[in-house]
Design a protein. Structure first.
Lengths: 490, 196
C-alpha cells in the first residue's frame, strides 16, 4: 500500500504539465516563425528523412546529389541559396514568388535522390526513422507540408526534453518544488534551444536523450539502482547513440554512475544492483548492434561514423596532440600564458556565450552588440549567485560528491567530443566547427545552475528570484523571435 | 509580494517591447537578393541600363549600391525609371543615401506591383559604377517614409504565410503570436502556487 502511495505521490505535478505546455506552445511558435530550411543543416536532415522514407535505405558515401529534385527545386523557388548566410537577403515575399513555389509542387518533381553524402550522412538513423512517420502522414501534400509535419514532431521532442528537465530538477532539489518549474521554464524559453530543437534536426532527439539520461541518473543516485532504472539508463545511452553519435560523450558518466551505484549498494541490494548494471549494458548495446547491422545492410561504413569519418575530407596541415589539448583547453577556459592564441579572443565568450545568447539562422543574424554585453553581465551575475548558492549548500553537495562527479564527467566528455572535431576543422577545413548548440545536451545542468543562483537569495526569496530569472528568459525568447521576424519578414 | 515583484518585471518587459515595436525607420518592400559584392555594370555619362525586376507592393523608393568612379560619399547623379511595355510608369532621382550607404531614389509615384524593367541612367559627367553580381545590379525596394513595426505588421503578416506549408494562411503570424502569449500565461500559472 505504501509503495502504491509513493507511486501516486510521485505522479507528475500540475507544474510539470504546465511546463510541458509552455514548451509545446513556444516551440510551435518557433516552428511557424522560422522559414523552411533556415535551421542549420535542415536541408541535409530533410534529405535524409526523404531518402529513408522513399527508399527504405539510409544515405551513404556515394557520388551524386544528396537532395531530391523536389527538394532542390523547392529550395531554389524559396530563394534559399541567396538567403542562407546572407543576413540582408529575404525569402519569398511576393505572390509572384509564391507562384514559383506552387509551380514546383504542381510539377511533382522526383522525391528520390542519389542518397549521397551530406553533412548528415554519418548520422545514425533513429531520429530520421521517427521523422518518416510525419513525412508519410503528410505525403499527399507538398514538401513544405511534410516539412511542417516533421517540425511538429521536433516540437514534441523538445517539449518532452523540458519535461525531463523538470523531473531531473525534482530529483536534485526534492525539497524545493519552486525550483522544478523555474529551471524547466528557463530551458523552455531558451531561444537557441527553441530555434534549433523545433527544426528538422537530430539535435532535438539528442537533447531529449540526454535530458532523459540525466533524469534517470539523478533518480538512481538518489533512490538507488533498480533493474528498471538500469534498463532506462541503458536505453537512454543506446538510443542516444543511435540518434547522434555525440552522445558517446555521456557514456563514461553513465558508466561511472552505474559503477558507483553498484559498489555503494547495500549488501541486501547488491545483487539487484549488479543485475541492473548488466541490464544497462545490454540495453545500451542492443541499439548499437542493430545500427551496425543496418549499416552492413545499407552498405554504409559499418564503423565509419564511430571513428569520426567526415562527410567531406579536407587537406589541412598536420596537427599534434599537444596542440589539440591546447585547443580544447582554450575552447572553454582562459588561455594560459605559455599557450599560442588559437582563437584571437576568448572562445568562451565569442563562441559559447554569445552563441547561447543568440546567433540564429545559419549563423547569419543575431542581436545588436549591446545585447551580448548585457548578456555577459547577466551571465557573470548568475555565475556569482550560483557560486554563493553552492557555498550555502556545501555540506549537501559534499554528501553528493559522487553525483557531482558524474555530472562533471558528463561535461568533460562533451567538451572533448566537441573539441576533437573542432581541432580537426581548425587545421583542415575552411570554416569553424563549433556552434553553441553543441552544448545544449547539458540543458539539465544549465537549469540546475540557474536554480542554484536563485537559492543564493535564501529560502524566503529564492522562489521570487527564480521567477525573475524565468521572466528574463521569456523576455529573451520573445526578442529572439522578434529579430527572427525582422530578419525574414521585415 | 512575489507576485508584485514579478508583475513589475513583466510590465517592464512589456514596456520595453512596446518601445522597440514603436521605433520608426525605413522598411523594405522587397529586394532582388543580389549582394553588392562586386562590380555589376559601369555606365558611361548618359548611358542607360535596364534589368527585369519584380517590383513589390507599396514600393516608394529604390536603393542602388553604386558610386561615381571617382569615389566619395555623395549620392550619384542618376535617374531611375520603372518601365512596362516600353512605357515609363514612374521615375525618380536620388534623395540621399540609405543607412547602409546605398543610393536612395525616391520615385514620383508608387508603381503597381509585378514584373517591370528597372532602368538606370547615368546623369553625371563621370562614369557610374553599379554594384551587384556580374551584369546584374543589386536593388532594394523601400516603402514610403519611416514606419514602426505596428504600421508594417499587416505587410509582415502577408509575407509570413508565403513559402510555407500550403494550409497556412494570413492568420499564421497571429497564431504564432497567440502561442507565445499562451506560453507566457501557462508559465505564470506554473510559477504561482504549489507545484505539487
Amino acid at each position: 500500500m505504501s509503495a502504491r502511495l509513493r507511486r501516486l505521490g510521485r505522479r507528475l505535478p500540475r507544474a510539470g504539465w504546465l511546463c510541458l505546455a509552455v514548451a509545446l506552445l513556444n516551440g510551435f511558435a518557433w516552428s511557424l516563425i522560422t522559414p523552411p530550411f533556415q535551421v542549420p543543416d535542415e536541408i541535409s536532415h530533410v534529405a535524409y528523412v526523404q531518402y529513408l522514407a522513399e527508399t527504405g535505405d539510409a544515405p551513404r558515401h556515394v557520388a551524386g546529389d544528396y537532395m531530391s529534385a523536389e527538394e532542390r527545386q523547392t529550395l531554389e523557388a524559396l530563394r534559399f541559396f541567396s538567403v542562407v548566410g546572407q543576413g540582408a537577403n529575404r525569402p519569398v515575399w511576393t505572390a509572384a514568388e509564391q507562384q514559383g513555389v506552387d509551380a514546383v509542387d504542381a510539377a511533382d518533381p522526383g522525391r528520390v535522390s542519389d542518397g549521397s553524402s551530406s553533412t548528415a550522412v554519418n548520422n545514425p538513423p533513429l531520429f530520421y526513422a521517427l521523422q518518416t512517420v510525419p513525412y508519410e502522414l503528410a505525403s499527399g501534400g507538398s514538401l513544405l507540408d511534410r516539412l511542417f509535419a516533421m517540425r511538429l514532431l521536433s516540437v514534441l521532442l523538445s517539449a518532452l526534453t523540458v519535461l525531463c528537465v523538470f523531473l531531473f530538477l525534482r530529483e536534485v532539489f526534492p525539497r524545493s518544488p519552486w525550483a522544478w518549474a523555474t529551471g524547466a521554464l528557463a530551458v523552455a524559453f531558451q531561444p537557441l534551444f527553441g530555434f534549433i530543437s523545433t527544426g528538422v534536426n537530430n539535435d532535438s532527439g539528442l537533447f531529449l536523450a540526454s535530458a532523459f539520461l540525466f533524469w534517470m541518473l539523478a533518480r538512481s543516485l538518489r533512490d538507488g539502482l533498480t533493474r528498471r532504472r538500469g534498463l532506462a539508463i541503458g536505453l537512454a545511452v543506446g538510443l542516444g547513440l543511435v540518434t547522434k553519435l555525440t552522445f558517446v560523450a555521456f557514456a563514461p558518466a553513465a558508466g561511472l554512475a552505474l559503477l558507483a551505484l553498484a559498489l555503494r549498494s547495500e549488501p541486501g541490494r547488491r545483487r539487484v544492483a549488479v543485475e541492473a548494471v548488466a541490464i544497462a549494458a545490454a540495453a545500451a548495446a542492443v541499439p548499437l548492434i542493430v545500427y551496425l547491422g543496418l549499416n552492413e545492410l545499407w552498405d554504409r561504413q559499418v564503423f565509419g561514423a564511430l571513428v569520426g569519418s567526415e562527410a567531406v575530407q579536407y587537406d589541412g596541415r598536420p596537427g599534434s596532440i599537444r596542440e589539440e589539448l591546447s585547443y580544447i583547453w582554450q575552447l572553454y577556459l582562459p588561455r594560459l600564458p605559455f599557450q599560442a592564441d588559437m582563437f584571437a579572443g576568448e572562445a568562451f565568450r565569442t563562441v559559447w556565450l554569445n552563441g547561447l545568447i543568440g546567433r540564429f539562422g545559419w549563423l547569419d543574424y543575431g542581436f545588436e552588440a549591446w545585447v551580448y554585453d548585457l548578456g555577459f553581465g547577466i551571465a557573470i551575475a548568475i555565475a556569482v549567485l550560483a557560486a554563493i548558492g553552492a557555498l550555502r549548500a556545501l555540506s549537501l553537495l559534499r554528501a553528493r560528491w559522487i553525483e557531482l562527479a558524474v555530472y562533471g564527467l558528463a561535461v568533460a566528455g562533451l567538451a572533448v567530443i566537441i573539441g576533437h572535431p573542432g581541432y580537426s576543422s581548425r587545421i583542415g577545413a575552411p570554416y569553424p566547427f563549433e556552434q553553441a548548440r553543441y552544448l545544449l545536451p547539458l540543458l539539465p545542468l544549465y537549469a540546475g545552475v540557474l536554480v542554484l543562483a536563485a537559492r543564493a537569495a535564501g529560502s524566503r526569496w529564492a522562489p521570487t528570484v527564480g521567477a525573475l530569472l524565468v521572466v528574463i528568459a521569456a523576455t529573451h525568447s520573445v526578442f529572439a523571435q522578434l529579430i527572427t521576424l525582422a530578419r525574414y519578414y521585415g | 509580494m512575489r507576485a508584485s515583484i514579478v508583475g513589475v518585471a513583466v510590465v517592464a518587459a512589456a514596456c520595453f517591447l512596446l518601445v522597440v515595436l514603436s521605433g520608426s525607420e525605413p522598411r523594405r518592400s522587397g529586394t532582388d537578393n543580389i549582394a553588392p559584392a562586386g562590380v555589376a555594370l559601369k555606365l558611361a555619362p548618359g548611358q542607360r541600363a535596364c534589368q527585369a525586376e519584380n517590383v513589390p507592393d507599396d514600393t516608394a523608393r529604390v536603393a542602388l549600391a553604386g558610386a561615381p568612379a571617382a569615389g566619395g560619399t555623395q549620392a550619384a547623379r542618376l535617374t531611375v525609371a520603372v518601365e512596362r511595355d516600353g512605357k515609363v510608369v514612374t521615375r525618380g532621382r536620388p534623395a540621399g543615401l540609405t543607412a547602409d550607404g546605398r543610393v536612395d531614389v525616391a520615385l514620383a509615384s508608387t508603381p503597381p506591383a509585378g514584373p517591370a524593367d528597372l532602368c538606370v541612367r547615368n546623369d553625371d559627367r563621370q562614369p557610374l559604377t553599379l554594384l551587384g553580381a556580374p551584369e546584374v545590379f543589386a536593388v532594394d525596394y523601400y516603402r514610403a517614409g519611416d514606419e514602426s513595426w505596428w504600421r508594417v505588421a499587416p505587410a509582415v503578416a502577408d509575407r509570413f504565410e508565403l513559402g510555407k506549408a500550403g494550409f497556412l494562411g494570413p492568420w499564421a503570424l497571429w497564431l504564432a503570436l497567440a502561442a507565445v502569449v499562451a506560453a507566457w500565461l501557462a508559465a505564470g500559472w506554473a510559477l504561482r502556487g504549489d507545484p505539487r
